[in-house]
Design a protein around this ligand. Structure first.
Ligand code: MN
Length: 278
């Protein structure tokens, strides 16, 4: 049983057809140091998600792929419910634990998972942001990048306790130690945030720590704001992070919605196509 703890409401039956124009762009790079890319991502329909696997080649990438495949299996052109996301995360966790049970050489593998998806909540479109680990979701608005997720990491806890400053966290020796992940606990709890979709449109970035360890929030905001669109933004972010050192795998997924049409006649049209990458 997945711990809910968020007072999520249950819906029934198939969701309504999505009536929001969603544009997605994604990019991922092994970087300059690591031998393989253990990051995985989803940029499809209403969801942007990133998983950063750990455990080495043929283990970390299995774990991150499990997480992304579970989420890929629930996205569609119809609206999602929060419970479906929670169940997908639980099934990803079960799949990773099952894989370790049959392949003990993969013991210790796990993955972060962070993302944002449009859901139907209380009868209207809302965003659901979810997180386990230290990958991140940002909202980009008014030229600034605001981190929506809270890192499950040793350094984030030290910052929260006031023992180190955010600046010290960036160079701290424990900065890569995460305190929560998929694949290490029978029922890990995901942080969830739900908020209404903005009628004027929203822009989000889901990314692995290989991006945020190389680029600060102001640089990220500048790149996304200056880009022609989500595809351009994702590829520029990853290129800049690799150029800045590329000490880890780097992955970025950018999701943008168009402003809602204020002409009532336009809101009853057929579902608009969404871009599909990844
Ligand atoms: Mn990483």
């Amino acid at each position: 049983m997945w711990p809910a703890g968020t007072g999520l409401r249950s819906g029934h039956g198939q969701g309504a057809a999505l009536d929001v124009t969603i544009e997605l762009g994604a990019a991922s790079d092994t970087g300059r140091v690591r031998p393989c890319n253990e990051d995985a991502y989803l940029a499809r329909h209403q969801m942007a998600a990133v998983a950063d696997g750990m455990g080495g080649h043929a283990a970390g990438d299995v774990a991150s792929s499990c997480a992304i495949e579970a989420l890929a299996s629930i996205v569609s052109a119809r609206s999602l419910r929060a419970e479906e996301v929670q169940m997908a995360l639980q099934s990803a966790n079960d799949a990773i634990l099952d894989e370790v049970a049959v392949s003990p050489d993969k013991a210790g593998m796990g993955t972060t998972i962070s993302g944002v998806t449009l859901i139907e909540y209380g009868g209207s479109p809302h965003w659901l942001v979810f997180n386990i680990g230290d990958s991140r979701v940002y909202r980009i608005a008014d030229g600034a990048a605001v981190q929506l997720t809270v890192d499950h990491s040793e350094v984030a806890e030290l910052v929260a306790l006031g023992k180190i400053t955010p600046a010290q966290a960036v160079v701290h020796p424990l900065r890569n130690v995460i305190t929560r992940s998929l694949g290490t606990d029978p029922a890990p709890s995901a942080d969830l945030w739900i908020f209404p979709a903005s009628p004027s449109g929203d822009t989000f970035l889901a990314c692995s720590d290989g991006l945020t360890n190389e680029l600060d929030d102001a640089t990220i905001a500048g790149i996304v704001t200056g880009a022609r669109g989500p595809r351009d933004a994702a590829s520029l972010l990853v290129t800049r992070a690799v150029d800045a050192g590329g000490r880890d795998n780097v992955t970025a997924v950018v999701l943008r919605t168009a402003p809602a049409a204020d002409d009532a006649a336009l809101t009853n049209t057929i579902p608009r196509p969404t871009r599909d990458e990844g």
